[in-house]
Design a protein around this ligand. Structure first.
Ligand code: AMP
Ligand code: MG
Length: 421
């Protein structure tokens, strides 16, 4: 049995980052930038006002104060989106709005609140002079041309993930589309003669195929595009046909059929169609997870075989499928966020494997506590519904006692997923 870390490393050694595609910027959210982005313009393109106020020459305000204002004629008014019609001569002012280009000749802006404008109470445009009540230095309340991003500078670095801020920068640079690493198409195959589709009535011995849906939802959550292949039976022939369909995708994820049972044929198919790189991992649940490469006419498709029990499927997905999807998308960081918590219940480790225990992490008096979410059978999917994290009980230990500190891999990481008690 190999450790989870060794398995992840091995899997990732077979996974390659996908090629770039050019997409409208808004469709790039969450994808990784495939090339450096250089700015073709200055941002802002021109010196402009950071405040609503009066454009002036700073030297005209030298030494002024509330008791000794300087009174300047107002010769023009300029709003954002327009250019002043007049240049600013010494001893004059131009009324200016935030974002409007600084008039030629001006070097500072006096904000409204530092003038006596309120006292005049005249309709805008009729104000003919203004008292400046406070000295300004050259450059005060001015945003300079190129101060955010200079023409020719690298504005965004290849390899970063595009979040709303980066998409905003692309927009301000005038990019309609951007080059990003494409999202992987992940084909999903459930195996088991007992499975029927969700819209079918259950007959004796049958259960609904739920793994396809948890896996597809996880694929979407981490940025991939699921391609659902439906249910394959427990025979090599029926899986063969489905695997043929998966060859157009970037990775195949199967669930079920990887244990030691008579009908666990996924490994047989893998062996026949390619090579198995690993099988059986020192973890609970999730031990029989398998990974290999399917060969087809020179094309090699990564195949991750998850165990069929719904909780095992999800936990093994988090450890193995998620990093693979992220690597294909060009991401560099694969670790889930984790916290240290005090575990409220004892967990025995009887066979030395690493246990991923479903817990609800709560905060009590500023400390994280992890409480088990009920029975931990790997078929009990509702225990995942109640969980926001997986407490890690280390391998080769007898387990943990109530009150011990444990590391919890957070499945959901938002403040509102952690309740205050
Ligand atoms: P297996 O790994 O094929 O031995 O399956 C282990 C358990 O998981 C069995 O009880 C299966 O019925 C169940 N199982 C397998 N595949 C699915 C699925 N797609 N949806 C729900 N349960 C499943
Ligand atoms: Mg099965």
């Amino acid at each position: 049995m190999i450790s989870v870390e060794e398995a992840v490393e091995k899997i990732l050694s077979f996974i390659e980052t996908l090629e770039p595609e050019e997409k409208p910027i808004l469709n790039c959210l969450g994808q990784v930038l495939a090339e450096d982005i250089y700015s073709r313009i200055n941002i802002p393109p021109a010196d402009n006002s950071a405040m609503d106020g009066y454009a002036v020459r700073a030297e005209d305000t030298r030494g002024v104060g509330k008791a000794s204002p300087v009174v300047l004629p107002v010769v023009d008014e300029v709003a954002a989106g327009y250019v002043a019609r007049k240049r600013l001569d010494s001893g004059t002012s131009i009324r200016i709005m935030t974002g409007a280009p600084l008039p030629e000749g001006a070097d500072a802006v006096v904000p409204f609140e530092d003038t006596d404008e309120m006292e005049h109470r005249l309709p805008l445009g009729e104000l003919s002079r203004i008292g400046v009540l406070r000295e300004v230095r050259p450059g005060a309340n001015v945003r300079f041309r190129g101060e955010d991003i200079k023409e020719g500078a690298r504005a965004l670095e290849k390899g970063i993930e595009l979040r709303p801020a980066e998409i905003g920068v692309l927009a301000s640079l005038g990019y309609v589309s951007a080059p990003v690493i494409r999202r992987p198409v992940v084909s999903i195959l459930a195996t088991g003669d007992e499975l029927v589709e969700v819209d079918q009535a259950l007959t004796a011995g049958k259960i609904h195929n739920s793994n396809t849906y948890t896996v597809a939802a996880e694929v979407i959550r981490y940025g991939g595009i699921p391609m659902i292949l439906g249910v394959g039976g427990d025979s090599v022939e029926s899986l063969d046909e489905k695997i043929d369909q998966s060859l157009v995708s970037d990775m195949l994820i199967t669930s079920g059929g990887v244990s030691l049972g008579n009908y666990d044929v996924v490994k047989d198919v893998l062996m026949k169609r390619g090579e198995i790189a690993l099988w059986t991992i020192c973890m609970k649940p999730g031990k029989p997870s398998a990974f290999g490469m399917i060969d087809s006419d020179g094309r090699r498709l990564p195949h991750l075989g998850l165990p069929g029990n719904p909780v095992s499927t999800m936990i093994a997905f988090e450890q193995f499928a998620r990093p693979a999807i992220l690597k294909m998308m060009g991401k560099k960081a694969f670790a889930k966020p984790s916290v240290e918590a005090i575990i409220d219940d004892a967990v025995k480790n009887t066979d030395g494997r690493r246990i991923y225990t479903r817990v609800a992490v709560v905060r009590r008096k500023g400390k994280y506590h992890a409480c088990l979410t009920g029975p931990q059978g790997s078929g009990i999917l509702s225990s995942m519904v109640k969980a926001n994290g997986l407490a890690i009980i280390p391998e080769n230990t007898p387990g943990v006692k109530a009150g011990d500190r444990v590391r919890v891999q957070m499945l959901n990481w938002s403040e509102d997923s952690i309740m205050e008690e």
